[in-house]
Design a protein around this ligand. Structure first.
Ligand code: HPA
Length: 247
């Protein structure tokens, strides 16, 4: 069975339930990934874990070396990647505490190294991105959640914001008009880079706050975010570790 790569987001710099056999810092043509990969078992599931923001949560979303992270996972023999993320909720169904496996993306990021196809090309390459996420992996997460009775929203549009600041209320109103259900800062270019390397990639998001101007309309505080992070990520990890990956 192919190893599963797990990219941990905010609230998941460490996978406490991972029994680590080996750590390896993999150098790539694009530089170093956010941290050494941790290889081990998560409830019997063979995984390679990579904290997106570094082991001490020191790399902000716009500074993550997404190319090196994805390249390193592929180099390690990973074929399926789960990008875990903390996000803000925009549409009504996506309140704090909700887990979601989105099925679409709108990319509002800029200035990030977002493709492997820029040098030594013999022809121009355009990957198909109609369905940005891997259905097989999305379905594995959805079935796992159903199997353990963990509520989860099975579709939604992820709006990828630049960060590191949070959005203005008007920016969130625009994202809502565009059709975004959730907003995060790391979903792109991670998803398209994975697709460029033919990896089966899914995003698994935890809503940790109402997006700007929603909910009670007041400022978004780190306390509010942290209140939902620890508990929610434990639930998310349980879903991942209960996945049936097909043997
Ligand atoms: N906006 C963008 N990214 C986020 C948010 C948000 O409200 N919450 C957690 N990550």
């Amino acid at each position: 069975m192919a190893k599963i790569g797990i990219i941990g987001g905010s609230g998941l710099s460490r996978l406490k339930t991972l029994s680590v056999n080996k750590k390896e810092l993999i150098d790539t043509p694009y530089g170093e990934p956010s941290a050494p990969l941790q290889f081990g078992h998560l409830n019997g599931l063979e995984v390679a874990f990579l904290p997106r923001h570094g082991g001490n949560h020191q790399v902000p979303p716009h500074m993550v070396n997404y190319r090196a992270n994805i390249w390193a996972l592929r180099e390690a023999g990973v074929e399926r990647v789960i990008g875990m993320a903390a996000v803000g909720g925009i549409s009504e169904r996506f309140g704090p505490g909700v887990l979601c496996v989105p099925d679409q993306i709108i990319d509002y990021t800029y200035g990030r190294s977002h493709t492997f196809y820029e040098q030594d090309l013999s022809s121009v390459i355009h990957i198909d991105f109609t369905e940005p996420y891997c259905e097989v992996l999305r379905n594995a997460l959805i079935s796992s959640a159903q199997g353990i009775g963990e509520p989860l929203v099975t579709e939604g549009t992820y709006g990828a914001a630049q960060g590191p600041r949070l959005e203005t209320a008007a920016e969130i109103r625009r994202m809502a008009r565009d059709g975004c259900d959730i907003v995060g800062m790391t979903g792109m270019p991670e998803a398209s880079l994975a697709k460029e390397l033919d990896l089966c990639y899914a995003n698994f998001s935890l809503v940790v706050n109402w997006a700007a101007g929603l909910g009670d309309g007041g400022p978004i505080t780190m306390q509010e975010i942290e209140r939902h992070l620890a508990k929610g990520m434990t639930r998310a990890v349980r879903v991942v570790s209960s996945m049936d990956t097909g043997g």
